[in-house]
Design a protein around this ligand. Structure first.
Ligand code: ADP
Length: 401
């Protein structure tokens, strides 16, 4: 079964075509970028063939998706002979609000609810909806599924998702913690348990998804019970360009001093803060290390703040879970940056962590235990694959139909 996975962002569309079997294969992947800008571009990477890149004006998501579909069946760099070979389409949908605690096939009722959630994710859900509508138009017979970033965290208890603001704002405006990166947290926790031969229902796990956007989740018996992102993805850890946890009073103070509009304040906390804001040089961890190598002290400070944040959340979630059996590091940083892993897991001996610092230095982009064999708490790096989760969920929903 061939499944097209679409991740429609506000100005980009990432896609993968996967051939699903017991051993799923990536058939092609690519990205449409900077939609609506004169510098928009399209990159298509067919497995086993040359990559195709073009700068071409892509005014909207509909044009972008049609470009992708054409590339998939192109004589030269295509990977299938006709669009009929696409059996289903799985969409990454940013926000499912309180409607969706699992992935679902899309029908008009589901679409209506995704639309209702647009208020909660005004940049992302409308883009997801455009993706769904375009596919419905071009491939009307192909089943579509929605896989939500938020659904895994719908199991949070009330005490973990209610904010300390008047309760009416939850009742009337749905303001609460939702959490994101759900597909990744669920996937790496399940994958690690499979590798370790553990029953996830009996385990307490802390998953750290560390990438451009970063979040941590506390998972008890396979269910998310707390997570660091909140009403929006700006909460929790300091991230590439997002501020993470910030005293709401500080934002009010800065907004008043700088005379910021709501839009400017939004840009401030989402695009100008985090590692980029502290270091003043970059949001990218590879570049951050390079700057530190050249003696940049603010870059070093940014890295220290990040690792301290991760460690603090691990401690908090160990408290929430009343102990922890497994700490997982994933995402571009968690999978590759041994310094971040070491710093974030240092001083956790009180939790039963005996970190293997030597082994850790040699590990990059693989699934591997990085604690010592007699460590009471296991630490692991696990590679994430959100597209695979989306394709797998989509396939299962289609087969159940
Ligand atoms: P996204 O949230 O966009 O999916 P990723 O999970 O791809 O992000 O993570 C991107 C981050 O991972 C960047 O900060 C990047 O520098 C970092 N990263 C990727 N490879 C390495 C590496 N080898 N060493 C350190 N950091 C890395």
């Amino acid at each position: 079964m061939n499944i097209l996975v679409l991740n429609c962002g506000s100005s980009s569309i990432k896609y993968q075509l996967l051939e699903m079997s017991t051993d799923p294969k990536l058939v092609a992947k690519g990205i449409v970028e900077k939609i609506g800008l004169p510098t928009s571009a399209f990159t298509h990477v067919p497995t086993g063939k040359d990559k195709v890149s073009m700068e071409i004006y892509i005014p909207n998501h509909t044009v972008g998706i049609n470009l992708i579909l054409k590339a998939l069946i192109n004589q030269e760099h295509g990977v299938i002979s006709s669009l009929e070979e696409i059996n289903a389409v799985g969409h990454r949908v940013a926000h499912g609000g309180e409607f969706f605690s699992e992935s679902t096939l899309i029908n008009s009722e589901v679409l209506k609810k995704i639309r209702l959630c647009s208020e909660l994710a005004p940049l992302h859900n409308p883009a997801n909806i455009k993706g769904i509508e375009t596919i419905a138009e071009v491939l009307p017979k192909v089943p579509q599924a929605a896989v939500f970033d938020t659904s895994f965290h719908q199991s949070l208890p009330e005490k973990a998702y209610i904010y300390g603001i008047p309760y009416e704002y939850y009742e009337n405006l749905s303001v609460r913690r939702y959490g994101f990166h759900g597909t990744s947290h669920k996937y790496v926790a399940e994958k690690a348990c499979k590798i370790l031969g553990w029953n996830i229902n009996e385990k307490k796990i802390i998953t750290c998804h560390l990438g451009n956007g970063s979040s941590i989740a506390a998972i008890d018996g396979g269910k998310s019970v707390d997570t660091s992102m909140g009403f929006t993805p700006v909460a929790g850890l300091v991230m590439g360009t997002r501020c993470g946890d910030l005293d709401a009073g500080a934002l009010l103070y800065i907004s008043e001093k700088e005379n910021l509009s709501v839009q400017q304040a939004n840009d401030f906390i989402n695009k100008k803060s985090g590692i980029a804001g502290i270091s003043g040089v970059t949001s990218d961890f590879r570049e951050l290390h390079a700057a530190i190598g050249k003696g940049n002290e603010r870059a070093k400070l940014a890295l220290d703040v990040f690792c301290y944040n991760v460690k603090k959340y691990i401690g908090a979630y160990a408290a929430a879970l009343n102990g922890v059996d497994l700490i997982i590091l994933t995402g571009g940083i968690g999978e590759n940056d041994f310094y971040v892993r070491e710093q974030s897991c240092s001083g956790l001996e009180y939790l039963g962590v005996k970190f293997d610092a030597e082994l850790n230095k040699t590990i990059r982009g693989v699934d591997r235990v990085i604690s010592q064999t007699d460590s009471k708490t296991t630490v692991m790096t696990v590679t994430t694959n959100e597209e695979l989760v989306i394709a797998t969920d989509t396939m299962q929903l289609v087969l159940k139909k």
